[in-house]
Design a protein around this ligand. Structure first.
Ligand code: HEM
Length: 422
């Protein structure tokens, strides 16, 4: 399930006379990663708050760019629902369509609706509520220190692979009840990485199969001997979820946690290391780290676009006629920087009224955003405390964003620092 996908090229409109979506903007093509705020603003100027777009393979959809419109979509489940089987385009979708892993129906919490969604999401919420945030911070610190120890002596590293992706993955696997070290856990961590973010030569389908098998075993073990962890709380919850439901929802929790939290860490480190407003006192400045974390959620939010919702019936949105079964992409980054809420073109606030965790029934479930905050804050603070003279090993302009319109994060984050004696 690679999140890499072609980038956004608004100049690439559909061929004139395109019968399905005249004037639609291709969400694929050349490089549009460097200045997304300007990009979304120009899309909005041209198309309004809801733009016709073409997904991979020229499949039509709507991109919801407006803050008010996105809030409306996410809080009106009776009009815009989550079960992708509603899609009126399925007969045109080939079996090897690259977005199928995200859009194809799976029997997990992500695609359920109504009472069934409340049942499944309720179990996740209560299981996550049992996580002690102080313990989580302590565990994240230990994980961070171990990862840093592996590269501290060398004076340089590429943080995405050595730190940023590994930390939230290990932390989430641990809160789900697996020991943080051990070959079994390492195999699961590797397989999760491959299934979520396959690289050259990886086999994501085989890896995803092994993840399912390992989590099935975990659920079985926790049924036999429950412990103080998320999986055990799901297993013993009064809602009586089946093993298979729990496995599906555990995969959703781990996947939903890892990529966005890792990219939140990445984008915050980038801001701290490149923006002079933070540069003076990052290593000591708790407040600065908090401000950077929040600014990233407004300006460089990890889940920049998300598929999505499907219209339950014909309706109007942002002046567009939406047909029953149409697909809507949640334009989270665009909504956060909507000129309607930032008329002076300045973006960024100390409050958290951004839509980075979405909204409504399917929003990132409480208390997941708080746990993500603990992980991200601990990851950033521990790194800056341990390596106080950390700096970029390349010019800021040489950093490249991943060519994905879904997740916003860097391809690589090379840094250098004074080597630590081992
Ligand atoms: C501990 C870390 C996290 C966990 C356990 C977690 C868990 C989840 C789960 C289970 C869902 C599915 C909710 C549902 O369909 O009912 C979800 C959705 C989502 N999460 Fe998170 N998440 C985490 C971190 C993050 C972060 C850091 C971000 C972005 C800054 C984020 C953004 C989202 C978004 C945009 C959705 C989609 C909501 C929608 O469909 O409207 N999550 N998350």
């Amino acid at each position: 399930m690679s999140t890499s996908s072609p980038s956004f090229d608004p100049s690439a409109t559909a061929p004139s006379g395109c019968p399905v979506a005249p004037g639609a903007v291709r969400l694929s093509g050349a490089s549009y990663q460097q200045t997304p705020t300007e990009l979304y603003r120009s899309l909005r100027r041209e198309h309004g708050a809801v733009a016709p777009v073409l997904l991979d393979g020229d499949v039509p959809a709507w991109l919801v760019l407006g803050y008010a419109e996105l809030s409306y979509v996410t809080t009106h489940d009776e009009l815009f629902a989550r079960d992708s089987r509603r899609w009126n385009r399925w007969e045109t979708i080939p079996p090897d369509w690259p977005l199928l892993p995200f859009v194809g129906y799976q029997p997990s919490v992500l695609f359920t609706e109504g009472d069934e969604h409340r049942r499944r999401a309720g179990v996740i919420t209560e299981a996550l509520e049992g996580v002690d945030q102080f313990e989580l911070a302590r565990d994240c610190r230990r994980i961070a220190e171990r990862l840093i120890a592996d590269f501290a002596g060398s004076g340089r590293t590429e943080l995405m692979s050595s730190y940023v992706h590994a930390l939230p993955m290990r932390a989430v696997v641990q809160i789900c009840g697996m020991p943080v070290s051990g070959s079994d856990t390492q195999q699961l961590v590797d397989d999760l990485r491959i299934s979520l973010d396959a690289g050259e030569g990886d086999d994501p389908v085989a890896a995803y199969g092994r993840v399912g098998d390992r989590l099935r075993q975990l659920v079985k073990d926790k049924r036999a001997v429950p412990g103080p962890d998320v999986t055990s709380r799901m297993v013993t919850h009064g809602a009586g979820l089946t093993d298979e439901e729990i496995v599906q929802d555990l995969i959703s929790v781990i996947a939903a946690a890892q990529q966005p939290t890792a990219n939140w860490i990445c984008n915050t480190l980038r801001l701290l290391l490149t923006d002079e407003r933070f540069a003076v006192n990052v290593s000591g400045g708790r407040l600065s780290v908090g401000e950077a974390l929040n600014e990233v959620l407004w300006l460089d939010t990890p889940t920049q676009n998300f598929i999505g919702r499907w219209a339950v019936r014909d309706t109007q949105l942002g002046g567009r006629h939406i047909r029953a079964g149409d697909c809507l992409v949640l334009g989270i980054a665009a909504a956060n920087t909507d000129p309607e809420i930032w008329p002076e073109s300045y973006v960024g606030a100390e409050n958290s009224a951004h839509l980075s965790f979405s909204g409504g029934e399917h929003r990132c479930p409480y208390p997941a955003p708080l746990l993500a905050d603990v992980m991200a804050r601990t990851a950033v603070e521990t790194l800056l405390e341990q390596l106080p003279d950390l700096m970029l090993a390349v010019e800021p302009a040489e950093l490249t964003w991943r060519p994905s319109i879904w997740m916003r994060g860097l391809s690589a984050l090379p840094v250098r620092f004074s080597p630590m004696a081992q």
